[in-house]
Design a protein around this ligand. Structure first.
Ligand SMILES: Nc1nc2c(c(=O)[nH]1)N[C@H]1C(S)=C(S)[C@@H](COP(=O)(O)O)O[C@H]1N2
Ligand SMILES: [Mo]
Length: 366
């Protein structure tokens, strides 16, 4: 057995693991900075599927990391417990960096998985911690790479087909590697269907590839958001404000404004995404009704009681995009209650979590 372990396997699995971690880290940062805007971070509104792609990659690469980490740890397992445990200062530092590396990566994987599984109990802690520990993991990977560079160089030249130690026939390192790639492929296919329509039927691990009303999964229902009555009230009005200019629109008045139809994806931070056809009033047109120009950020406020999802600010670049709609219809039908009836925001290349449903108020930020 032990002949199968060793640097020839470790280095090859490690290379693929490094690539997956890099993709996961960068796409994760992108998602974070869209949700926590920074002056230096400009996220484009086109192509409309850009966030769908980056967040799909984030979750797919994160899932692929799981079998890779497993095999990599297995391949060095006995070494982790070699004596002396700490030794001199250089060895102690190296071991410490590996401890940080392994714990940070396992922490990221488990919190990410819990989030995908919608274990909302610790949501805030998750997002903040998931983001902070990502730097720790990325830093530890870089240190690890730098320290191991000589070993990596040497190991890349080691053969894979060496006969097993005692001369007994059996699996070689190449078999181990093939098994690893197979596990990665299965993990990927089993999750990717939540963002890649062609793989949908194969994706038994994707919790949200299932259907919802109007062919679109529901993240949070109207009942869960506590808007069942307010969303259906006959006195419902959408209030649009620009400083002291204020206008109230009934649903009929919104329907009487020029309607635009666009194909846009909903792309949840959890990784699932679907394309749908949305019809409604162009946001730029709606705020023109209160005399706003296209250079302003626009705040969306939901009927939902104040909480993390009940309001968002849409940067001007996205607010003025002609595909940004206050949607009244979805896939040819009036918006289902769970999808945000009477009206919701749908904007291109944005995280699903910022596509506010059950709008009650739209404020031009002045
Ligand atoms: N008011 C409100 N809007 C919301 C949410 C919410 O909980 N409350 N969930 C968001 C999330 S996380 C996603 S992914 C999308 C999903 O839209 P859907 O349920 O219509 O598919 O709605 C977003 N809009
Ligand atoms: Mo979401």
């Amino acid at each position: 057995m032990s002949a199968l372990r060793g640097t020839a396997v470790t280095v090859r699995v490690g290379t693929v693991l490094g690539i997956a971690v890099a993709i996961c880290f960068v796409t994760g940062l992108i998602s974070h900075f869209i949700q926590h805007p920074q002056p230096w971070f400009l996220w484009p509104s086109r192509p409309v599927w850009l966030y769908r792609l980056t967040q799909g990659l984030h979750v797919i690469s994160g899932i692929a990391v799981i079998p890779l980490v497993g095999v990599k740890l297995w391949s060095v397992w006995p070494k982790l417990f070699e004596r002396p445990l700490l030794g001199g200062p250089v060895r102690a530092l190296e071991r410490l960096s590996i401890l940080v590396l392994v714990s940070a990566v396992l922490f990221e994987l488990s919190t990410g998985l819990l989030n995908i599984a919608q274990w909302y109990a610790f949501r805030f802690f998750f997002t903040t911690a998931h983001y902070a520990v990502a730097y720790l993991a990325a830093g530890a990977v870089l240190v690890h790479l730098a320290v191991k560079l000589p070993v990596i160089r040497r190991a890349l030249g080691e053969p894979l087909d060496e006969a097993p130690a005692e001369g007994t026939p059996g699996p070689t390192r190449r078999t181990v590697l093939r098994g690893t790639w197979l596990a990665v492929a299965v993990a990927t296919v089993a999750t990717a269907g939540q963002s890649v329509p062609l793989l949908r039927e194969l994706s038994m691990l994707a919790p949200r590839s299932g259907r919802g009303p109007q062919g679109v999964p529901v993240n949070r229902s109207a009942v869960a958001a506590g808007v069942l009555r307010s969303a259906r009230a006959s006195e419902y009005r959408l209030t649009v404000t620009n400083g002291s200019q204020v206008r109230d629109f009934s649903l009929a008045e919104l329907q009487a404004l020029p309607q635009t139809t666009r194909r846009l994806p909903i792309a949840c931070v959890e990784g699932w995404s679907v394309d749908a056809e949305w019809t409604g009033v162009m946001l730029s047109r709606l705020i023109a009704e209160v005399g706003a120009s296209s250079g302003s950020d626009v705040r969306m406020i939901s009927l939902e009681p104040p909480g993390p999802y009940s309001r968002t600010v849409l940067p001007a670049r996205h607010a003025r995009d002609s595909a940004t709609l206050i949607a009244l219809r979805l896939n040819g039908e009036p918006l289902a209650l769970d999808h945000g009836y009477p009206c919701r925001l749908i904007a291109p290349s944005r995280p699903g979590v910022l596509q506010t449903k059950w709008l009650s108020r739209i404020e031009v930020v002045t």
